[in-house]
Design a protein around this ligand. Structure first.
Ligand code: ADP
Length: 296
């Protein structure tokens, strides 16, 4: 099954153009949608999840017209929103049972089996009798995935799933996502580049409502090799470097400031050495390039 998005556009009543002629073709497997805050990711996710209207354009999922056949789409959709609210006093088991019945699993024993299987799958079997209010952020997210998996969805959308998780929880969440069937389209919307680098075979970068890069993470990274140069500088000189070069990233390295710049030729200034390009370099260079174009 494929998800094909064509010419999708959305402007909010306050004039913000959240989506500007978005075109994407997404096949089964993990797909990363990467972009800074405010890029339009949630707007796109909510529109695909049939929760919001677009102004124009189309979304096709297999043979379904997503913008029109909303009920049919909802039957094969699993959605984990950015803010996944849970009722704090209800146990994981009871809540999942309730959601399963809302999603149409009416047979009681079938539902009981399903709930147990899902809780085991997301590694919450041991805490199924615990109230959701006692769960950590990572446990809540895994619970969110369990509810999104009810009904064997063909399309799963997860919006900013690892924000606020500690590294161990994030790792567990990643493993869970990557286990979800190869026949399912999983769209992972995030501003965390490593999540996409670690998990996704295809990706797009979105900025100010526009798709500014698309492809395989490894191929996009390979294209940037030979264009990224690094230098450790005195922090107070950073603005001078910004004026002179396309500085795409600054990191603190053992208390010192390291900059990455993007340019085709090696800089003549002493101290620059070639850097092995990472997906983060690709991400920041694409955004810097886009910002330059739109501000000129
Ligand atoms: P992201 O998920 O990438 O952070 P969003 O889709 O949430 O981006 O937002 C895209 C842009 O649309 C932002 O500028 C945001 O402020 C604006 N926006 C989002 N929702 C609304 C809304 N309901 N009304 C007006 N503006 C909105």
């Amino acid at each position: 099954m494929e998800l094909i998005i064509e010419h999708l556009t959305k402007t909010y009543p306050n004039g913000v153009q959240a989506l500007q002629d978005v075109n994407l073709k997404i096949t089964a497997g993990m797909y990363g949608l990467l972009g800074p805050n405010g890029a339009g990711k949630s707007t796109l996710m909510r529109t695909i999840a049939t929760l919001q209207e677009a102004d124009s354009g189309s979304i096709q999922l297999g043979n379904l017209n997503v913008l029109q056949q909303k009920n049919e789409v909802r039957k094969i959709l699993g959605y984990l929103p950015q803010e996944f609210g849970v009722y704090p006093k209800i146990t994981a088991e009871a809540m999942l049972d309730h959601i399963a019945s809302l999603k149409g699993v009416t047979n009681r024993s079938e539902r009981k089996d399903l709930v147990q299987r899902l809780l085991e799958r997301v590694n919450l079997g041991d805490v199924r009798k615990k109230q959701l209010g006692t769960f950590s952020g990572g446990m809540k997210q895994r619970f969110g995935i369990a509810q999104a998996l009810i009904g064997n969805p063909k399309l799963i959308i997860v919006d900013e799933p690892t924000a606020g998780l500690d590294p161990a929880e994030r790792n567990r969440f990643h493993n869970l996502l990557s286990e979800i069937g190869a026949n399912t389209i999983v769209i992972l919307s995030t501003h965390i580049v490593d999540d996409v680098a670690n998990l996704c075979k295809n990706m797009a970068i979105i900025c100010k409502g526009q798709v500014i890069a698309e492809g395989h993470p490894a191929e996009l990274t390979a294209k940037a090799q030979g264009h990224i140069w690094r230098k450790v500088i005195d922090k107070s000189t950073i603005e001078q470097y910004r004026e002179q070069y396309r500085v795409i990233n600054t990191t603190l390295l053992e208390g010192q400031t390291e900059i990455h710049i993007y340019q085709d030729e090696a800089p003549s200034e002493a101290g620059f050495t070639p850097a092995v390009a990472t997906l983060e370099d690709v991400y920041f260079s694409k955004i810097a390039e886009y910002m330059d174009v739109v501000t000129i």
